[in-house]
Design a protein around this ligand. Sequence first.
Ligand code: GLC
Length: 403
Amino acid sequence: MRPLHVFVASTCLIAACIPRKPSLANGGATPSGASATAAGMPPPPQSVAIHQVSEIEPPPIEVASEPLPGFTRGINLGNALDAPQEGSWGVTLDEKHFVMAKAAGLDHIRLPVRFNSHAQNQPPYTIEESFFKRVDWALDRAQAHGLSIIIDLHHYEELMKKPVEHGDRLVAIWKQVAEHYKGRPASVAFELINEPCNELKSALLNPLQKRAIAAIRATNPTRLIIADSYFWAGADYLKELELPVDPNVIASFHHYQPILFTHQGMPFMPAEFQTRDIVFPGPPATPVTAVEAGQKLDWVNTWINAYNSQPIATNANGPNAIFDYFKLVEAYIKSSKRRVYLGEFGVTDNADPKSREEWLRLVRKEAEKRKIGWAVWDDGGKFRAMNVASGTWVAPIHAGLFE
Ligand code: GLC
């Protein structure tokens, strides 16, 4: 093992113990802090990186995914139908979302939907007709603008805490959604459970996703179905996914690595994630000091030290951290021969614009090189990519995705 690999292997082991995203126990406030950005608009942070991503040669691609036509480049329209009520997190879907996505050159929308907040708690777990109508509207808008769309069941938090108790309800929800949308074209896909976490570990997730797939297949024999891995769709957990033999069931992962950079200062993250001014790629011109809660944790100290002091080639927040994450995905493609999809990636606007742009471009390009379809997180909140009121894209996000 070369020193780089020792470092990477040890950070991966450390990373595996990190609660990537805690449960959103924030009393219903937006997890993305939408209202904070919408009001006042604080100036973006000024810190800039002193290194260039181009200093590091990307590794050769060992294996690519089979492409997913119609689902190559997309955006999450988040914080809307996945909020407890649409609008309560500051985003109400508008025709303009679809117009802007199409005009930018995207081919699909990933639509987070909180069906579980709009379904009965007792059998037969009926989904509200009025909520279905709103989702129908979004599907119609996507279709009218020539966009594919993924219905992503998002924020079923009770399922993460009590998977056994909520299993039947999840399957019943998918049975209804599948029945309701069975007549839709192949440009509509279903994503079973966003970011399985907490108690919904692979041993429970696998049989549950299989049951949901069987319920969907009864009415939608060939519909594209997307299944996330455990640990907030961690690429390191793809290998634990067990899915039926079915060419239209694909595996999905999310990319927010390194999490101390992408989620720096996010209000819904625990205290140890509140260290700011972390630039990409590291090392920075001036070392950062971890917040007190971070200093008490070995993995945070190790990461911050490696970020402050390691050269770009081995830096904890360098391009190799991104490449290593993609190697986990390649290993899964090799062993499973299944198509994979990158359903979320993004950086909070607590990071400086240049760092966001560089990170987004690198992740996006590495996905594309491997023929992996992607959807950026997202249209609203602290990861905001576009402003529908003015019809403009947030410059560093647009540059990272399209240039
Ligand atoms: C996940 C969460 C969402 C969060 C995003 C970025 O999709 O469900 O609430 O904003 O990731 O962390």
